[in-house]
Design a protein around this ligand. Structure first.
Ligand SMILES: Nc1nc2c(c(=O)[nH]1)N[C@H]1C(S)=C(S)[C@@H](COP(=O)(O)OP(=O)(O)OC[C@H]3O[C@@H](n4cnc5c(=O)[nH]c(N)nc54)[C@H](O)[C@@H]3O)O[C@H]1N2
Ligand SMILES: Nc1nc2c(c(=O)[nH]1)N[C@H]1C(S)=C(S)[C@@H](COP(=O)(O)OP(=O)(O)OC[C@H]3O[C@@H](n4cnc5c(=O)[nH]c(N)nc54)[C@H](O)[C@@H]3O)O[C@H]1N2
Ligand code: SF4
Ligand SMILES: [Mo]
Length: 638
């Protein structure tokens, strides 16, 4: 038997899959050629999903309850009754806001909107802000009124593709295939990245920029384009606001200053400006660029570069930073959010909440201890709670603070719908096999919990809820939910080429050019290194459970290594304002000198979690997480 479904992992792909099932067991997972975006592709990570996750011997198949330092297997009734009793007591004694709902990024499907409905109808506290992006969306809102990206395949119409702070050769393989095809068709691929990534290695031009200085590169390119008189004066006059102030900002810097700040030789700045202005040119913004305090201003100057060079509203142009995975659904099922807690500042704020204090945390598909900043603060804040519940496939670093573990199904055992942050389609999730052991879907779990608590906020069948959530799509395409479970449909209202009519969603309907620049340019302190943390090609988010203890690895440039007097392979201590941890230092000429590089997702409990030294903070706008603002000191161990 073959089942058509969609990958729901935290990846922009949301690839269409064909799952071969024999005797109720998944035998293999392949790509579905019928998917309009992935067209038969799937990555290695998901081709082996049945072995690494679904049938992993580390997977937890029964509810667990903490018994001192041990876990004890319990029945669903016992687990849910305990959660219901504590939560009801919290509501009575402290008020519902003492209950915090933490929704991670492990799986963000349509039905997961009901998780927020459950907690909102209870009156609990939910998250605001994000560990992921946020800042580019905010910038696009300020400039265009709304974030609308180009259809990924439209990049095939570009003459040049600028990949800015993104590594699609690792993080978005469908997009990467499109980019490679464009390159084979003779298009120029430019990467702006402080690291020589897999993407940079294949690009025609790699602009190895000093981290955190991209705004100045965007200013430099715009300055050259204006000074050469090859800008789009008509667009600036008729469709934009603030052009005078914006031109003053460009005037405030000389090219040699901008070249000095960014570390890009003037010759290359010219080459980039002339390449970009010989459009149509598209810019693809990544998440790596968004992990700085002032990332929104960087993204605004990138938007402005596209606007003043005539690259907005045309095929093969634009600035694209992804899609809203919930954009095609009716999010009003979530109900009004009540009190909010910051996701970037989770550990700190959890300790500081008052009237009422936080007492109980319910986590689904999230690993805040490992992937939120300042791991130890989050761990200790969670440990102070009366009750921490987690819903996952595996025990992880967050489990050390959990009291109850509820075993979740994987997407291969679920019926649902999923959007994507990498393309504008809603795709079906169809159960290929029955749930393993006693695993249950989050929908089932919250529905049962609702009954145990004497609530009626999730009444209705799974299909009824899917119909409600997908109503905008069903109405637009004139289809039934059964149709939507057969194949992907495009989210209405997302054009292949946005803004062709030059009507923007801002108040004045014009494009808004930026008029502000942050007051300080990346402070550099010789003794500390800026820490960049990136995605790994082998896993998504936090690594699947592994046994071997292995120290965290940090990579630094050979010159920097020499200056710090350290040796390749040496065990060192990393120190920052957040804390300290041990690591093995490695020499790599792929890293920008003066920086340190590490991968996110290896485990605190296995000897390596980089977020133990990442300082918590939030970005100036867009409520994102400025992971890359952390500076670390690397010390020899005596
Ligand atoms: N294999 C794999 N794929 C994934 C994931 C995964 O864990 N593994 N995670 C998924 C998730 S959650 C997300 S959000 C996306 C992220 O997708 P990407 O944005 O592609 O990934 P990142 O590794 O966060 O960052 C991309 C690049 O930004 C660069 N960068 C850092 N600072 C700067 C800067 O100041 N300027 C410039 N120009 N570049 C900078 C980094 O060096 C890095 O190469 O990937 C998704 N895909
Ligand atoms: N230092 C540093 N830290 C970062 C980043 C960085 O660049 N640098 N990137 C940030 C970004 S972009 C993101 S998106 C966050 C992600 O942060 P999180 O969402 O917290 O982390 P993940 O490990 O992706 O997923 C969390 C959990 O979901 C579980 N899971 C997977 N599938 C399912 C499922 O179907 N059901 C259930 N119930 N659970 C499931 C996984 O087992 C995992 O334990 O991390 C952020 N952390
Ligand atoms: S590329 Fe991404 S969406 Fe596609 S199968 Fe792999 S993890 Fe899933
Ligand atoms: Mo993310």
């Amino acid at each position: 038997m073959r089942v058509f479904t969609t990958c729901t992992r935290d990846c922009p792909g949301a690839c269409g899959l064909t799952v071969r099932v024999e005797g109720g067991v998944v035998r293999s997972i392949g790509g579905n050629r019928g998917h309009p975006h992935s067209r038969g592709f799937l990555c290695r990570k998901t081709a082996s999903y049945h072995r690494t996750r679904l049938y992993s011997d580390k997977r937890i198949l029964k509810p667990l309850m903490r018994d001192g330092n041990q876990w004890r297997t319990v029945s669903w009734d016992e687990a849910l009754q305990t959660v219901a009793d504590v939560m009801n007591r919290c509501v009575d004694e402290y008020g519902a806001e003492s209950i915090i709902y933490y929704q991670g990024f492990g799986a963000r499907t349509a039905l997961r909107l009901l998780n927020r409905r459950f907690f909102n109808s209870l009156g609990a506290t939910t998250l605001e802000g994000t560990l992921c992006g946020g800042t580019a969306i905010e910038a696009h809102k300020m400039d265009f009124g709304k974030r609308v990206s180009h259809e990924p395949r439209d990049h095939l119409n570009s003459r040049n593709i600028f990949i800015w702070g993104r590594n699609p050769a690792v993080t978005d393989l469908n997009l990467w295939r499109i980019i490679r095809r464009a390159q084979r068709n003779g298009k120029t691929i430019v990467t702006v990245d402080p690291l020589r990534t897999e993407t940079a290695a294949r690009a025609d031009i790699h602009c190895q920029i000093k981290p955190g200085t991209d705004m100045y590169l965007a200013i430099a390119l715009s300055k050259i384009i204006v000074e050469e008189g090859i800008h789009d004066q008509k667009f600036m006059d008729n469709h934009s606001e603030n052009s005078d102030v914006y031109l003053n900002v460009l005037d405030a810097f000389s090219l040699s200053e901008l070249s000095g700040i960014t570390g890009i030789p003037e010759k290359m700045v010219y080459e980039l400006a002339f390449t970009y202005s010989d459009g149509p040119s598209s810019i693809i913004i990544g998440w790596g660029l968004q992990r700085y305090f002032n990332s929104h201003i960087t993204c605004r100057f990138i938007d402005a570069l596209a606007a003043i060079s005539g690259n907005i509203g045309i095929r093969g142009g634009g600035v694209s930073s992804g899609f809203d995975e919930y954009g095609g659904f009716d999010e009003s099922v979530c109900l009004e959010d009540r009190r909010k807690i910051s996701m970037p500042l989770f550990g700190r704020d959890l300790e500081n909440l008052d009237s009422p204090e936080a007492k109980c945390v319910f986590i689904t598909a999230g690993n805040p201890v490992n992937l939120g900043p300042n791991s130890m603060k989050t761990l200790s804040a969670l440990r102070k709670m009366d009750l921490v519940v987690m819903v996952d496939h595996f025990l992880n670093d967050t489990s050390y603070a959990a009291d109850i573990f509820l075993p979740a199904t994987t997407f291969l055992e679920e019926t649902d719908l999923v959007g994507s942050y990498g393309h504008p389609y809603i795709s079906p999730v169809n159960a290929a096999v029955k749930p393993s052991g006693e695993c249950r879907s989050e929908f089932w779990i919250l529905k049962r919990l609702s009954e145990f608590m004497g609530l009626d906020n999730l009444e209705g069948s799974l299909m009824e809820w899917l119909e409600i959530i997908a109503a905008p799509l069903l109405d637009y395409h004139g289809i039934e939910i059964q149709d939507l479970l057969k194949r992907p449909y495009r989210v209405p209202g997302i054009p292949e080429v946005p803004f062709e009519d030059f009507k923007f969603y801002t108040e004045s309907r014009r494009f808004i050019l930026p008029s502000e620049i942050p007051s300080e340019v990346g402070i550099s302190d010789e003794k500390s290194l800026r820490l960049l943390t990136v995605m790994n090609s082998e896993w998504i988010g936090s690594r699947e459970p592994y046994d071997e203890e292995k120290l965290l690895e940090v990579f630094i440039h050979p010159e920097t290594l020499l200056k710090t007097g350290l040796e390749d392979g040496e065990t060192v201590t990393l120190e920052s304002g957040a804390g300290r941890t041990c690591a093995t230092v490695r020499s790599s000429d792929k890293v920008y000198p003066g920086c340190a590089l590490s991968f996110r997702g290896t485990w605190l409990s296995r000897g390596g979690c980089i977020n133990t030294v990442i300082e918590d903070g939030k970005t100036e706008r867009g409520h994102g997480t400025p992971y890359h603002e952390t500076r670390i000191k690397i010390k020899k161990r005596h």
